[in-house]
Design a binder for this molecule. Sequence first.
Ligand code: 9UX
Length: 68
Amino acid sequence: METTEIKIDGMSCQGCVNNIRGVLEALPGVCSAEVSLAGACAKVGFDAAKVDRAALCAAIEDAGFDAA
Ligand code: 9UX
């Protein structure tokens, strides 16, 4: 498993955090997702054979946030 940290702009409450965690966990290949409102970031564990960092960012962007 690989892990990556993604900066996320636009989260304003714990609901956003839960939404993003759900979006990430729904992606095939994502093993774990920890999202921090205070840290404005996500730490994601994933299987690099199934999903890549760009796809993680794209899913967060699709949910209405800025990911980098
Ligand atoms: Mo909170 Mo986030 O009411 O999209 S869920 S602002």
